[in-house]
Design a protein. Structure first.
Length: 369
């Protein structure tokens, strides 16, 4: 599988597509329109709407002509948004290119890695950079927070109503003197269409991000004439993850040096086991004060490359348990996990990991009429 494995977008944005997943069984995707995205400058930002106010998300380096463009959502039958598309023309794309921000270089990526934006509010959005720049941090934070709150209020209210009410409820627009201009469509909940620049109509169109929090890449689609057809954010719902289990016995023989294992080499992973915290990890004073007094109780697993889905370090012999102090220290493609044991590792300690080895796009199931 290529470095930049992504969803089969052509299939995802065709209505009533059926897929067969090894892990989830049958999946059906459908397409809905979330609204029109107004781009005064054509410099597009894709991000978690909750982070708009801090203005630390750069627009993509590639730009599009200013204008009004439809935003389509590919939604699977569980209600999750699989992909979100800004459509620039009626022609179908024939090739895809990862959308990059300033300073991002595809040659720096390893197998199955991508550049994307982080989500911790369960939503993504599209918005024009000029629209964001015209608002202060305080204005953006207040408007977005209120939009998210109003969206969920409508969602929760409709969930408590009967089917007739849900089918007949009109789109709701909220406008007040503060400049708040929000459109909510119950057919596409939870989404929101928030006008941020009344002069140009520039807006932020927001939608659920797949399974929620995570990191998600976007891709430009190009026509056969090499013209821009669309921009798609992939929420990685219509992907099949192939995992690989790795077990390393007597792991203490690698203490304070790199772990040698053919599977790690094949997966382009470098791992080191130590009783010393790596120099690039900075802990808070509270964490340092809370650490065990016996240094042998601390075991550190430091890795470079992809992060395992799960890690189980069995110290061997009899022990009264352990706990992970930290599992998300990431810097410059490095990750870090720290374990606190009640006794040192034994000679027969075992390291077990489950690693995402490949990612495949799900393909529609072909049936005979």
């Amino acid at each position: 599988m290529s470095l930049k494995a992504h969803t089969n977008f052509l299939a995802a944005f065709e209505p009533n597509q059926v897929y067969e997943s090894l892990t989830e069984g049958g999946i059906t995707s459908d397409v809905f329109k979330a609204g029109d995205l107004v781009l005064p400058s054509g410099r597009i930002i894709a991000c978690d709407p909750g982070w708009l106010w801090c203005k630390d998300v750069d627009p993509f380096t590639r730009t599009v002509p200013p204008g009004r463009y439809p935003v389509l959502l590919s939604v699977v039958d569980s209600g999750r948004t699989a992909c979100a598309m800004v459509k620039f023309c009626s022609e179908s794309p024939v090739r895809w290119e990862m959308a990059l921000r300033p300073g991002e270089d595809l040659t720096e990526l390893r197998r199955n890695q991508f550049f994307g934006y982080g989500v911790d509010a369960g939503m993504g959005c599209f918005v024009d950079a000029k629209v964001v720049e015209r608002r202060s941090d305080e204005e953006l934070q207040g408007l977005v927070d209120r939009a998210i709150e109003q969206s969920w209020q409508l969602h929760n209210w409709l969930a408590a109503q009967d089917l007739v009410t849900q089918l007949t409820y009109p789109s709701q627009q909220i406008v007040d003197r503060s400049g708040f201009n929000l459109t909510l469509d119950p057919d596409n909940l939870p989404t929101f269409n928030l006008t941020l620049d009344p002069d140009t109509g520039g807006n932020a169109l927001a939608f659920e991000s797949g399974d929620g929090d995570g990191s998600y890449a976007s891709y430009w689609g190009f026509t056969a004439d090499d013209e821009l057809a669309c921009l798609v954010t992939d929420f990685r719902v219509l992907l099949e993850y192939i995992t690989q289990n790795i077990e390393i016995e007597e792991v203490t023989r690698f203490l304070e040096k790199s772990i040698e294992h053919p599977d790690l080499e094949q997966l382009e992973m470098a791992i080191r086991l130590s009783v010393h915290r790596p120099s690039w990890v900075q802990l808070s004073e509270d964490s340092l004060n809370d650490q065990p007094s016996n240094p042998d109780c601390i075991v550190v697993l430091e890795g470079q490359g992809r992060q395992p889905w799960s890690v189980d370090l069995e110290p061997g012999g009899r022990y009264s348990g352990c706990r992970i102090m930290s599992s998300e220290w990431i810097e410059e493609d490095r990750w870090y996990r720290e374990y606190w044991f009640n006794e040192p590792l034994q000679a027969n300690a075992v390291l077990k990991m489950t690693v995402n080895s490949e990612v495949y796009p799900l393909q529609p199931v072909t049936t005979n009429a």
